[in-house]
Write a protein that binds this ligand. Sequence first.
Ligand code: ZN
Length: 157
Amino acid sequence: MKAIQATWLLAATALATTLAASPAMAQDDDSCQLTIEGNDQMQFNQDAMSVPAGCDEVTVTLEHTGQMQASVMGHNWVLSETSDVQDVAQAGMSTSLESDYLPADDDRVLAATDVIGGGESTSVTFSTEGLAGRDLTFFCSFPGHSSIMKGTFTVEG
Ligand code: ZN
């Protein structure tokens, strides 16, 4: 009797290990994790980003590959409806570095990272719910940067 129980336990353990190792059903692979770089020349290294509609959540990591401080050449990654970008950037300009140059509790800001300086990195994770098919733009809200540091963001639907 004892031997049979031991065999069953071993089989159950093997099954559990197999289940844990199998890929999850939802799309949570690398395609839902995006990385973008900003530099001391006030540039992002991409002007278009996209994720598959299967991503419930997206994580965007921003890496500042320059050396200048956040107070001088700070960058963040902000997502808004394209038609809201100019107004959000304008509103952010009258705030401060401590506020990440963004208006507080503003629904037009769909996602945003902190403002970082050279050598730093930061990330934001957000839900894609309701974003598929919308005309979205990512940009840096540091004063004066959004006219150059921007690009399209697409949730493929
Ligand atoms: Zn910037």
